[in-house]
Design a protein around this ligand. Structure first.
Ligand SMILES: CCCCCCCCCCCCC[C@@H](O)CC(=O)SCCNC(=O)CCNC(=O)[C@H](O)C(C)(C)COP(=O)(O)OP(=O)(O)OC[C@H]1O[C@@H](n2cnc3c(N)ncnc32)[C@H](O)[C@@H]1OP(=O)(O)O
Length: 353
């Protein structure tokens, strides 16, 4: 029996080489030796060898059907080859496999489509299998954000309308008009520390704690417990700056809960804190400084001391320490928000590419 060379058809992808050998009832001894195949010249031994343009991995898979043998090789390095063989002249027995043939850009598109399909499958599977309470969690977060959004919108609209109608006079009774709603929203905001603790949102507990504790000290201790502070203009600025960010932040979270994004809203949420956060901290610092003489005068929250050390330890000393903490808190949260912004816009750029 003589040894012949079969017709071999080839195609490639970035990572693989496909060879198709047209022989019926072929038995494969090793990948390049096909015994007892039935080719154009009848029953014979068939053999071929190829010197590839670049190295391939040693593992080779092959599958024989009644009419042909399919061989798959993996390229050592994932890249597009200009041709299959090292020698420029194509061997006579080799031809393109037009059934599988793709040019480089089509192969790239096929690769992207496969990658996307895998990502979609993994994310759907992880949603279905990993968290049976996902809908419940999202429902809770959506409702929480909706209530906060409504609360802060009421505050913002109310203050804006009053500013237009009463002008500067509206500054001085902000507290009496707005405080109840602000108490409600800021008490609810404790959930913002609890949510990451329970793993409901993927963010740090510490920045949320700084934010919530920081605001509540101002609201409940500085404004809430000193009547003299309640009709100061600084209340207007503090409340207006707080609500200006929240009317964008909460709707942004609401959309996130229903896996939706409105690009302009995302941009606003991750941008307006840049002027608002320092201004808000400044307004809070002014409130703290203005409250110090009032605490000294009223002796509220002062700690009685033994006679030798003086009569009492005024709460204004604690506030002096708190002032320093405020600027440390501003620095920590400014850095945190800056990172969140960079992460958000970087991942969006990556999605667009
Ligand atoms: C521990 C002792 C403390 C001592 C205190 C010391 C005093 C400190 C004083 C500090 C000064 C404070 C000044 C301040 O009060 C002044 C002002 O507020 S002025 C107004 C301007 N302010 C702002 O812009 C801040 C607004 N606040 C915030 O942005 C947040 O509170 C903050 C914690 C700072 C940051 O938020 P977060 O870490 O959550 O970042 P993201 O928004 O990017 O969210 C991350 C991912 O989690 C998802 N997420 C978060 N929350 C929710 C939610 N409620 N519902 C649904 N999803 C949520 C979000 O979608 C992100 O997910 P993904 O990454 O997948 O997009």
């Amino acid at each position: 029996m003589q040894t012949l060379t079969p017709h071999v058809y080839w195609a490639q992808r970035h990572g693989e080489i496909y060879l198709r050998v047209e022989l019926s009832d072929a038995k494969v001894r090793n990948v390049s030796k096909l015994t007892h195949g039935h080719g154009a010249k009848g029953d014979n031994d068939y053999e071929f060898s190829l010197e590839f343009l670049q190295p391939v991995k040693p593992e080779v898979t092959h599958r024989s059907t009644q009419r042909l043998v399919n061989i798959t090789l993996r390229k050592q390095e994932e890249c597009w080859w200009d041709r299959l063989t090292l020698q420029e002249r194509k061997p006579l027995f080799l031809a393109p496999d037009f059934d599988r043939w793709l040019d480089e850009s089509d192969a790239e598109m096929e690769l992207h489509a496969q990658e996307e399909e895998i990502i979609n499958r993994v994310s759907i599977e992880s949603k279905i299998h990993k968290d049976p309470y996902l809908a419940l969690k999202k429902g809770y977060l959506f409702m929480y954000n909706l209530v906060q959004f409504l609360g802060f919108s009421w505050i913002f609209v109310n203050m804006t309308v009053r500013l237009f109608i009463l002008g500067q006079d509206s500054f001085y009774d902000t507290f009496h008009t707005i405080a109840d709603m602000m108490y409600f929203c800021q008490m609810m905001a404790a959930a913002e520390v609890i949510n990451p603790l329970l793993g409901l949102v993927k963010t740090g507990v510490f920045p949320a704690m700084i934010q919530v504790v920081g605001r509540n000290v101002i609201l409940f201790v500085v404004f809430g417990s000193l009547q003299d502070m309640q009709n100061k203009a600084v209340v207007f600025f503090v409340f207006y700056l707080w609500s200006s960010i929240e009317i964008f932040r909460y709707p942004f979270y609401m959309l996130a809960c229903i896996d939706t994004e409105w690009k302009l809203l995302t941009w606003v949420r991750y941008t307006i804190w840049i002027p608002l956060y320092p201004l808000g901290t400044l307004a809070e610092a002014v409130a703290v400084i203005q409250s110090m003489p009032v605490f000294d005068e009223t002796r509220l929250y002062s700690v009685p001391l033994p006679q030798v050390l003086g009569s009492s330890f005024s709460f204004s000393y604690t506030l002096k320490l708190y002032l320093a903490l405020m600027f440390l808190g501003l620095f920590i949260n400014f850095r945190h928000l800056f990172r969140q912004r960079r992460r958000r816009f970087r991942s969006r750029k990556r999605k667009m590419n």
